[in-house]
Write a protein that binds this ligand. Structure first.
Ligand code: GLU
Length: 498
């Protein structure tokens, strides 16, 4: 494998704390994380909260929960600490202010005193900021400042020439400097903008590779010129493609569950929604890797360890891609099939408990393996196997329409139940194989299909149309309880048709 980085990498994910963690952001984080892990480096979480109006309390907790759930470990961040902290921008204001002042002193930036009205006029004229304070003398600026006029600090973007940005995914990109604005670096309230803050931080935090959404590409030349003004060696950049709506149109919305698939099921976009929908984190990680990158060898399923061995930012596909959510259900069922018994039990237990079942660990250990090939989502455990964890003494037999199988009537169903009770009562060995052999020979002798007989038993002992295999189920229920349920079903059928 060729490798686009020789030494260890330091990468970061730098979300603004604007609410629940969105899956698109998590994919951005994942690619930065994979790259750091591939190169034995560090992955840093930095909270970019300089737009205080947009900050939502509790966001950091939701971000951390998302990382923990997916198993992406963070080397440095607000919770982990680290040598280059603090890792929250609002706690670093003095640093940005000092560097903004440095840029002014060194002729790379200037104080702009344009009033709100002036700015509105310029906007109305449609040409953007007209640089009216760019060449104001230091003396005049000092004078205006002394009068108490509020100001922002703007960057002196070169007016001519081109800036060439090297993007790891897209190659060299040329930008005309005269199309750029003199962007604001520091606002009048002393808070930096993204443009200044992320550069100061990426420098001080020794970030080697900046991975961010392609929406930042238009500001790339501005950022490169700021790096140059500081005379700091810039990191490498990778502008990642974004996720489009499942229909391929428009960027995937940040809003919660806005989309439904063909079956009318709402499509998750927030990490919290993936957790609640019963996905395994390993399946979601695999799913995210496949958006804009592929493992190769036509392999859609691979472990994170395998992805780390191969991942390279330069192999990311630059094209934005439609959110391939349909793939996730399939991936999830594959991961559930591969999950070990312990993991399966560990994941299913809280789902059952949340639904109000009290879960006996030993019983769950017997039930979980039966579910492995049957669950598309972990949440399917509830309709499929919740009954195992009900109060058995309160079991009530199913309604007639569930009990009576296709191409059977009430008489035949009653006959099957009555006979099954006799056959099963005689069994000393209640193992599934023994039950099945006995009931199959009964079916053969009476001319019923296996499916009719087994289905009747399933409905009678579970009260459901779908469940784990009938005889395994009866083994877990035990002979006495199974027979009790068959008798209850028979009695309730007789009562219903009497
Ligand atoms: N706070 C920026 C955002 O959320 C970070 C972009 C970056 O990674 O530099 O888009």
């Amino acid at each position: 494998m060729t490798d686009s980085n020789a030494g260890p990498a330091r990468t970061r994910y730098a979300p603004s704390p604007t609410g629940p963690q969105h899956i698109g952001g998590m994919r951005t984080a994942l690619f930065a994380w994979l790259f750091a892990r591939r190169h034995g480096g560090q992955f840093i979480l930095r909270i970019e909260d300089t737009d205080q109006k947009r900050s939502v309390p509790g966001s950091l907790e939701m971000i951390l929960q998302s990382f923990d759930w997916l198993g992406m470990d963070i080397d440095e961040g607000p919770r982990e600490g680290g040598p280059y902290g603090p890792y929250v921008q609002s706690e670093r204001l003095e640093l940005y202010q000092a560097w903004a002042a440095w840029l002014v002193e060194n002729g790379h930036a200037y104080k702009c005193f344009a009033s709100v009205e002036e700015l509105a006029e310029m906007r109305a004229a449609g040409a953007g900021y007209d640089r009216r304070y760019r060449d104001t003398s230091a003396a005049r600026a000092a004078n205006l400042e002394a009068q108490g006029l509020p100001y922002v600090i703007r960057f002196k973007m070169p007016l001519t020439g081109v800036t060439v940005g090297e993007d790891m995914i897209r190659g060299p990109i040329e930008f005309d400097n005269d199309k750029m604005q003199d962007a604001v670096l520091l606002k009048s309230d002393g808070y930096p903008t993204y443009h200044l803050a992320h550069i100061v931080d990426d420098y001080h935090m020794k970030i080697s590779h900046v991975t961010r959404a392609v929406e930042w590409l238009p500001s790339f030349p501005l950022h490169l010129q700021i790096w140059k003004a500081f005379a700091w060696e810039e990191p490498q950049f990778a502008h990642l493609p974004v996720l489009l709506n499942p229909n391929g149109k428009g960027k995937l919305s940040k809003r919660k569950q806005q989309f439904t698939d063909a079956a009318g099921k709402s499509v998750p976009v927030l990490v919290q929604e993936f957790i609640e929908a019963g996905y395994l984190p390993a399946a979601v990680m695999n799913f995210l890797c496949n958006i804009g990158w592929n493992y190769g060898d036509n392999e859609e399923i691979f472990s994170i360890a395998q992805a780390i061995e191969r991942f390279d930012l330069k192999d990311v596909n630059p094209a934005n891609s439609a959110y391939p959510i349909a793939k996730l259900d399939w991936l999830n069922s594959q991961y559930i099939q591969r999950a070990g018994d312990d993991e399966l039990c560990r994941r299913l237990k809280p789902i059952l408990e949340k639904a109000g079942y009290s879960v006996d660990g030993e019983r769950l250990k017997r039930v979980a393996p039966l579910l492995r090939v049957r669950l598309k989502s972990l949440n399917d455990v509830l309709p499929m196997a919740g009954f195992f964890f009900d109060d058995w003494t309160a079991f009530s037999p199913p309604a007639v329409d569930i009990l009576i199988q296709r191409k059977m009537d009430d008489q035949q169903t009653a006959a099957v139940l009555r006979d099954a009770i006799l056959v099963l009562e005689r069994l000393d060995d209640f193992a599934p194989e023994a039950q099945q052999a006995a009931m199959a020979s009964y079916a053969k002798a009476t001319g019923f299909k296996n499916g009719q007989v087994f289905g009747t038993l399933r409905a009678a002992v579970t009260g459901q149309r779908v469940s784990p295999p009938t005889f395994e189920t009866m083994e877990i229920l035990g002979k006495a309880e199974s027979l009790r349920r068959l008798k209850l079903a028979l009695a309730s059928l007789q009562q219903a048709v009497a």
